[in-house]
Structure formats: structure tokens, C-alpha cells
Unconditional design. Structure first.
Length: 86
């Protein structure tokens, strides 16, 4: 079994170090799942903010939030999660 090499620090963006190591498929799935949970909650809050009582509108907001946050978590990784620490 091949060992995963330690990440190499290449730059510092927004207070987080980025690395050039490859992200495994399993890590991508976990990132997408966690981002989707945050996106579902954010989408629900956005639907409540526009005071929608229509269930279809709430579902659309939740699904859009899940997809957007899930994709952002996969693509940006720690930079995405860093926005919640500011």
C-alpha cells in the first residue's frame, strides 16, 4: 500500500496553507457531503428569509444550496471552510 506523502506548503491564501497533494476520491465525497449539509441549511435559511411558504420554493432553495456549497467544498477545500471562521 502506497503511503500518502506529507503535503508541501506552496502558498498562503486567506490565512490557510494550500498544498499540491492530490485529493482522493473518498476525500472528495466527504467534502461534498459536508458541504451539502451546510448548503441545505443555508438554502433553508435563505428560503425563510424571502418568507416563502411554498414547499416547492423551499425545496429549490435547499437543493441549489446543497449543490453550490458541495461543489465549493470540493473545489476550494479549506479555503471554503475558512469563510466560516472569519
Amino acid at each position: 500500500m502506497d503511503e500518502i506523502p506529507e503535503p508541501k506548503i506552496t502558498s498562503k491564501k486567506g490565512g490557510f496553507y494550500t498544498s499540491c497533494r492530490k485529493v482522493t476520491q473518498g476525500e472528495k465525497m466527504i467534502r461534498f457531503g459536508c458541504g451539502s449539509v451546510v448548503g441545505a441549511f443555508s438554502g433553508f435559511l435563505a428560503a425563510m428569509e424571502v418568507e416563502s411558504k411554498n414547499p416547492l420554493v423551499i425545496i429549490v432553495f435547499v437543493v441549489i444550496g446543497m449543490v453550490l456549497c458541495g461543489k465549493a467544498a470540493v473545489k476550494k477545500g479549506d479555503e471554503f471552510w475558512g469563510i466560516f471562521h472569519r
